[in-house]
Ligand binder design. Structure first.
Ligand code: FEO
Length: 171
């Protein structure tokens, strides 16, 4: 089965969006490195790695389906990072945006009766739910603990414990 051109185009664009996500989270990590909050920096560094993995999954899916891949320039991270909370809010806003992108590809695949792509995207639909939840949890914890130095220190230590795991989806 050949992918429809519209579905191919959206999947191809998503490679770029996920690489941009990786770049954005690296920017977040860098922000927290400069604040000496190394646990937060670790958390977003790992998030950047996960986003790179997402990009590779879209890349590999297109390759496996004999569909053309075109790599475009990755935009400069454009979020204004002027406070810890602004970073966390930007993360949630970005994940909600990515969810809308995944949903748009899914809708296009649905219209094309492209069941293979829908099944591929199912993993991302679930992943986006988890990523939005993580972003909301980060905001909730910062609201509770961010203004108290000792609590912020503990939260930073908690986030330092995050370790990278490869995605459960293998193509
Ligand atoms: Fe790849 Fe955070 O979505």
């Amino acid at each position: 089965m050949k992918l429809s051109e519209k579905v191919r185009e959206l999947l191809n664009q998503q490679i770029n969006k996920e690489l941009y996500s990786a770049y954005l989270y690296l920017d977040f990590s860098n922000y927290f490195e400069e604040r000496n909050l190394n646990g937060f920096a670790n958390w977003y560094y790992i998030q950047a790695q996960e986003e790179r993995d997402h990009a590779m999954l879209f890349y590999r899916y297109l390759q496996n389906n004999d569909a053309k891949v075109t790599l475009e320039a990755i935009a400069k991270p454009d979020k204004v990072l002027d406070s810890d909370m602004a970073v966390l809010q930007a993360g949630l806003e970005h994940e909600e945006y990515v969810t809308s992108l995944i949903d748009a590809i899914y809708a296009e695949a649905y219209d094309a009766r492209d069941f293979r792509t829908m099944q591929f995207l199912d993993w991302f639909v679930k992943e986006q739910g988890e990523e939005e939840t993580n972003a909301r949890d980060m905001i909730a914890k910062m609201e509770l603990f961010g203004s108290n130095p000792k609590s912020l220190y503990d939260l930073n230590n908690e986030l330092a414990a995050r370790v990278y795991t490869a995605p459960s989806l293998v193509l």
